[in-house]
Structure formats: C-alpha cells, structure tokens
Write a protein that binds this ligand. Sequence first.
Ligand SMILES: [Zn+2]
Length: 154
Amino acid sequence: MYKFMADHMVKRACEWLRLMGYDISYPESHDDTDILAECKSKNLILLTRDIEFYKRYNRSIYMDSTDFRQQVREIVSMFPPDKHNFFTRCPVCNNPLDEISTANMDSNKFSLVKKRFKVINYCPVCKKFYWKGTHYSKILKEINSLIKNNTGNM
Ligand SMILES: [Zn+2]
C-alpha cells in the first residue's frame, strides 16, 4: 500500500483521505529539507501545492487546485480507495484505529454509546474514541460524493 506525505497546504484533503484509510503523514517540521528527508527515508509520495517543492522530489504529486475536494478527487483517481479501509485510521494523527469493546467504558460518560455499540474505534495516540454516530452519515455522504464525482461509475 502506498504511503503519503501531505504538505501544510493540503491539510484538509489529508484529513479526508485518512478517513478513507489512506496512510498520510503530516509534517511536524516547516522546513522543506526536513520534510523531503522524511519522504525519502520512508519512501513517501509527497502531495504538495508548492511547485518548487514538487520539483525537488521525484515521487511528488503537484496539487493544482486550492479546493480540498478537488485535491481529494485527484488522489482518489490516481490511487482508488478501498471501502474496507474506510474509518480505520485516525483523521487527526494517521494512526491505525483499534477496535475496542464498550463494555469497560465509563457508564456515566458513555451510557448512550454503550447502549448503541458493542465495539467502537479508538486512537491510542490521541486517546480519542470514534463511533458511527450522527457525524458518521454526513462524513460517509461527503466521501461518497467525492468518489462518485470522480470515477462516475461507482
Ligand atoms: Zn489519533
């Protein structure tokens, strides 16, 4: 599976792509040389809006559009997503999510979640819980529109 690095100008697209399961790092450094060194050492495909930055690395993709939806569509058309990977990765930090049982969760804080779900997702890095609640259908709808407009045959 391909791994990516998104530069600071494609952060929003990066978060949407992570929701679809793409493995996309986001640089801690603002120094181009540091970012390129990380890309090279981990063999990452760089997604960038900076044409000069793009030219410095042969595994980079220049993101022509400033619109995150268009950026997502561009990546989706080149690297088709796998629906089985949707919602398996933390959109905040890119870490793969764990599946955890709701049985041992705090009954006061999470009574509704416990009632509705036996298993939910958890990011061990962010210590954040993810479940298929109200936001989920909105996110899925957005993802579907991003994919549909692109391929036209899904
Ligand atoms: Zn996380």
